[in-house]
Design a protein around this ligand. Structure first.
Ligand code: PLP
Length: 370
C-alpha cells in the first residue's frame, strides 16, 4: 500500500503552498487559443534582453559543456568594484530568491521567529514556513512597512527580519533615514535582509546607499537582482552584499554551481551596459506616469510605486477582473493571496503594451472612454 507522503514531509513543508508565478504567455496561448498577448505580470524588463548580452551569450555557447566558475569570480569582482566592497562580501545566487532562502536556511531554525510586514514579498513567508519557524507578520502602514512596529516586534527568539524596499506587490518605499533609524534599534544578533530587487528603479536622490551601511550595521544583508531592471529574469542571477563572515556562511550552504555559466556571463556584461539600464528606467518612469494618470482619471485608487509595477484597486474582485483581462489577451497579476482581493498589480510595459492594458481595463470595467 502506498503511504501518505505528506505526513512524511517536514512539519513546515506540510502547510506550505507553492509560489504562484505570473501566468506565462505560452500558457494563455494554449488555454484560449489567442495570440498577440501582452504580459504585464512578473515585473520583467519590457525592453527584452540587452543586445550586448545577446552577443556575449553567443560566444559563451562553446563553453557550456564545462562547469561554470563555482566562485563566480569575474561577476563578484565587478560587483565588488562597483560598490566599493571586498570580494569576500559578495554572494551570488540563482536569482536573489536563492539568497533569501540561503539566509533563512543558514541562520533560522524551527524555534526562531522571522519578522516581515503584511503585504511584503510572498517569498518571506514561504522560506520561513519551509523551516517551520514562526512568522511574525507586522501589520502594514499605508500598504508599506511599519518599521517602528517591526522593531518593537523583536523578541529573544527573533533571528531574521525581511524588508523589501521598494516592496512588491505594493511598490511602497522606505526613506533611507527611516531604515537607518530602524537598524539602530535592531539588536546586533538579529539579521536584517534588505531586499532591494527594484533598487535601480527607485528615485536616485531618495534611495540611499544601503551597501555603505553594512560597515556600521554588520547584521545588515543587502540583496539585489539582475531579474528586473537588468532584464535577466530568465537566467536567474542575483547577489547579496554583507559582512564577510555572513558571506562565508552563505557560501557554505549554497549549491556549488548555483549560478550557471550563461547567467554569470550575462550579468557581467549587462552590469557594464548603462545605456540599456537607463533606457529601461526612462521607459519605466514614462509608463508609470501614464498609468498613474489613467487611474486617477478614472477614479481608481492606486498605490504610488517606486518599482516597475503599480497596484490598483479595481473596486471589485481582482480575480474576476484578472480573468476578464486574460480574455482580452492581457496578463496582469491578481494579488488576492496577499489579502488584497480588490487589487491588481500591473507591471509597466512598453508604450503600446500599456495602451493595450488601458483599453482592456476600460472595456472590462466598463469605464467611460476619456
Ligand atoms: C522579483 C523579486 C525578487 C527576486 O527575484 P529573483 O528573480 O529571484 O532575483 C526578490 N524580491 C522581490 C521583492 C521581488 O519582487
Amino acid at each position: 500500500m502506498s503511504c501518505d507522503f505528506l505526513t512524511l514531509a517536514n512539519a513546515g513543508v506540510q502547510k506550505l503552498h507553492p509560489y504562484q508565478a505570473g501566468k506565462p504567455t505560452s500558457e494563455l496561448e494554449r488555454e484560449l487559443g489567442i495570440s498577440d498577448i501582452v504580459k504585464l505580470a512578473s515585473n520583467e524588463n519590457p525592453l527584452g534582453l540587452s543586445e550586448k548580452v545577446k552577443s556575449a551569450l553567443q560566444s559563451e555557447f562553446s563553453e557550456l559543456a564545462r562547469y561554470p566558475d563555482a566562485n563566480g569570480f569575474y561577476l563578484k569582482q565587478a560587483l565588488a568594484d562597483k560598490y566599493n566592497v571586498g570580494l569576500n562580501q559578495v554572494t551570488l545566487g540563482n536569482g536573489s530568491n536563492d539568497l533569501l532562502e540561503l539566509v533563512a536556511r543558514a541562520f533560522v531554525s524551527a524555534e526562531n521567529e522571522v519578522i516581515f510586514a503584511q503585504f511584503a514579498f510572498v517569498v518571506y513567508p514561504i522560506v520561513t514556513q519551509a523551516i517551520g519557524a514562526k512568522a511574525v507578520v507586522v501589520p502594514a502602514k499605508h500598504y508599506g512597512h511599519d518599521l517602528a512596529a517591526m522593531a518593537a516586534a523583536v523578541t529573544d527568539k527573533t533571528k531574521l527580519i525581511f524588508i523589501a524596499n521598494p516592496n512588491n506587490p505594493t511598490g511602497t518605499f522606505l526613506e533611507a533615514a527611516d531604515i537607518l533609524a530602524f537598524l539602530s534599534k535592531v539588536p546586533a544578533h538579529v539579521l536584517v535582509v534588505l531586499d532591494e530587487a527594484y533598487f535601480e528603479y527607485a528615485a536616485p536622490e531618495r534611495r540611499g546607499n544601503a551597501i555603505a551601511w553594512i560597515k556600521d550595521f554588520p547584521n545588515l544583508i543587502v540583496s539585489r537582482t539582475f531579474s528586473k531592471a537588468y532584464g535577466l529574469a530568465g537566467l536567474r542571477v542575483g547577489y547579496s552584499v554583507s559582512n564577510p563572515q555572513i558571506a562565508d556562511i552563505l557560501n557554505r550552504v549554497r549549491q556549488p554551481f548555483n549560478c550557471n555559466a550563461l547567467a554569470l556571463k550575462a550579468a557581467e556584461t549587462v552590469l557594464q551596459d548603462d545605456e540599456y539600464l537607463q533606457a529601461g528606467i526612462k521607459l519605466n518612469n514614462a509608463g508609470m506616469a501614464d498609468l498613474s494618470a489613467f487611474f486617477s482619471q478614472h477614479n481608481l485608487e492606486y498605490i504610488p510605486s517606486m518599482g516597475n509595477f503599480i497596484t490598483v484597486n479595481v473596486g471589485q474582485s481582482g480575480d474576476v477582473v484578472y480573468q476578464a483581462l486574460l480574455h482580452e489577451g492581457v496578463i496582469v497579476r491578481p494579488i488576492t493571496g496577499y489579502g488584497l482581493s480588490d487589487h491588481l498589480r500591473i507591471s509597466i510595459g512598453l508604450f503600446d503594451e500599456n495602451q493595450r492594458f488601458k483599453q482592456a481595463l476600460v472595456k472590462v470595467l466598463k469605464l467611460d472612454q476619456k
